[in-house]
Design a protein around this ligand. Structure first.
Ligand code: G4P
Length: 548
């Protein structure tokens, strides 16, 4: 699993130096995604991470606050101002000694397969929960992908400055709804208008914050002291302090004990409280995140000799996999970009590498980060980093690229669709080009093709996680294959692969039986409730949400 042994002493020493530099760089990396339901505060938290890392001087640029619109061009302005690099897929910057790679998990109307696939490139996740709303639908779905991968998840219960639910109730909900143990690392001191800061559950010391005149756009000043000191100096009322003491005692007696191994394998989540808007509780959270979230670790692969093994980030030479392909709709750059997550070794732009599926040697000389709206060439990168490369048509989602070419990372899973449509070329004469385009775009992972198995004609259906994919599909068919199409969105909102004998599966007439491109049975339901009902009715069958 390691590179060829160097023949002489000088080469060996250079090799050791290179390995140690890769090891050091790897240890500094934290590559993660923020998962949340829309409006829980993901954007605000990301922006505050930039504020606390010193990348921006004032927060409040990212969101067009008055219009409520995401102002993506402001990200660009920030890039130009401070040299933050954004690959349209990840943002990289330093926080204290760590190198942060925040993966972008598109939400709202952009929610798609990419959102899920991005989680395949993350080493950990921050789950943001709105204290008034608890665990919401989109958070559940995204968490399920993290759970499948067994990556560590840190929970940030946000908006503590607003009236919210009881913290014990929220922690219990995380455990029940997500089926994971939750271990509070800190605890809120007051809530709503009385929210003052957080208490460390182990040391019982408080970090109390002060509101700044500039609102949340500047770091909030804080002081750390004991509960008694806080009462003596009148920063905490007797009532608030005795309530807090009681809650901390209750946690000591009834709370989960923290076990690092369970956290690292995704079975236990570390829970923090705070307010991303007012900055209360952010620094303790960010510091704790850097300390406890893991750097890039080994990744499982299939080797050419038929064995299965782990590829180590610093012991193995360069390797990466493609987790996202984005066709550029900008007429200035009419090409597609493949986003690579580096898994081992140092990426060097000029070095030849092997595209494992085709066993072809390629050079990734056109490798980029986006920089101030312009592409910026990137010469070197390390495990955990994300690099965008121009896709000359060779890359598909999940492909392995490496300098040795003797293994392939496990394929990325397919995710159950949430929107289904019937699509056809408007001109019969373009049928061949249409079929070719659909096959190609399926391979790129833009959509999945399903074949209807019952109820009349054997129609071709396209399915995706988010409806935006259909727009992309129609655009690409028109631009790249000169095929105009008509599309009818069907009423199915929830799909799952069926494991078990299809002939004995009891189903409602509203459910549709289909097959995917690999001949696996897919059931399409009109709602989550109908799917849950079908699962209850068929205890001997299993409905699964991911397939390899
Ligand atoms: P998202 O990316 O997860 O969708 O959420 P985003 O950060 O955009 O936040 C959604 C709304 O919640 C925003 O308000 C934001 O200001 C607010 N928010 C985020 N964190 C906190 C918090 O800790 N406390 C409070 N009180 N509010 C928070 P908005 O009304 O949609 O926009 P705006 O007018 O405030 O910009």
């Amino acid at each position: 699993m390691s590179s060829q042994v160097p023949s002489n002493k000088k080469e060996r020493s250079a090799d050791t130096q290179a390995t140690s530099s890769v090891r050091n760089e790897t240890q500094r990396r934290r590559t993660f995604a923020i998962i949340s339901h829309p409006d829980a505060g993901k954007t605000t938290l990301t922006e505050k991470l930039l504020l606390y890392s010193g990348m921006i001087r004032t927060a409040g640029m990212v969101r067009g606050r008055k219009t409520g619109k995401k102002a993506s061009s402001d990200w660009m302005a920030m890039e130009q101002e401070r040299g933050i690099s954004i690959t349209a897929s990840a943002m990289q910057f330093e926080y204290k000694d760590a190198v942060i790679n925040v993966l972008d998990t598109p939400g709202h109307q952009d929610f798609s397969e990419d959102t899920y696939r991005t989680l395949m490139a993350a080493d950990s996740a921050i789950m943001v929960i709105d204290a008034a709303k608890g665990v919401e639908a989109q958070t559940r779905k995204l968490f399920a992908v993290c759970a499948m991968r067994g990556i560590p998840v840190l929970t940030f219960i946000n908006k503590m400055d607003l009236p919210g639910r009881d913290p014990f109730e929220l922690v219990a909900e995380v455990e029940e709804v997500l089926g994971i143990d939750a271990c509070p690392i800190n605890w809120p001191v007051g809530s709503g208008r009385d929210f003052r800061g957080v208490a460390d559950c182990t040391t019982k010391r408080l970090t109390l914050f002060e509101k700044t005149a500039a609102g949340g756009s500047q770091r909030a000043a804080s002081q750390t002291l004991s509960i008694d000191e806080a009462v003596e100096s009148n920063v905490l009322t007797d009532e608030l302090s005795s309530h807090l003491k009681f809650e901390l005692e209750l946690l000591d007696e009834a709370g989960n004990t923290y076990e690092e191994e369970r956290f690292l394998s995704g079975k236990l989540t570390r829970v923090y409280f705070g307010s991303a808007l007012t900055n209360f509780g952010l620094e303790p959270f960010f510091d704790s995140f850097i300390e406890t979230a893991p750097p890039p670790g080994p990744r499982l692969a299939d080797f050419d000799d038929g064995s299965e093994g782990f590829v180590d980030p610093s012991e193995n030479p360069f390797s990466a996999f493609v987790f996202k392909i984005q066709s550029n709709m900008d007429p200035k750059h009419r090409d597609s970009m493949a986003f690579l997550r580096i898994c081992s070794g140092e990426f060097k732009r000029e070095n030849p590498v092997m595209h494992v599926p085709s066993k072809k040697e390629i050079r990734l000389s056109r490798s980029h980060r986006m920089f101030g709206g312009e592409r910026d060439t990137i010469d070197s990168a390390f495990p955990g980093d994300i690099v965008g490369v121009i896709n000359p048509g060779v890359f598909s989602i999940g492909d392995t690229i490496s300098s040795e070419g003797n293994f392939a990372f496990k394929p990325l899973p397919q995710f159950s669709p949430e929107v289904v449509a019937r699509i056809r070329p408007t001109s019969i004469g373009r049928r061949k080009a249409f079929d070719k385009g659909i096959a190609q775009l399926c391979q790129e992972g833009a959509v999945q093709v399903l074949y209807r198995k019952d109820g009349g004609a054997q129609e071709t259906l396209v399915a995706a996680v988010g409806a935006l994919q259909f727009e992309v599909l129609q655009f690409r068919l028109s631009q790249d294959y000169q095929v105009e199409t008509a599309i009818d969105i069907l009423s199915y909102r929830c799909g799952a692969w069926l494991v078990g004998d299809v002939s004995t599966f009891k189903r409602h007439s509203r459910a549709l039986l289909a097959e995917d491109a690999k001949g696996r049975t897919v059931m399409l339901f009109q709602s989550e409730r109908e799917k849950e009902f079908a699962a209850q009715q068929n205890p001997d069958h299993t409905l699964v949400h991911f397939v390899q």
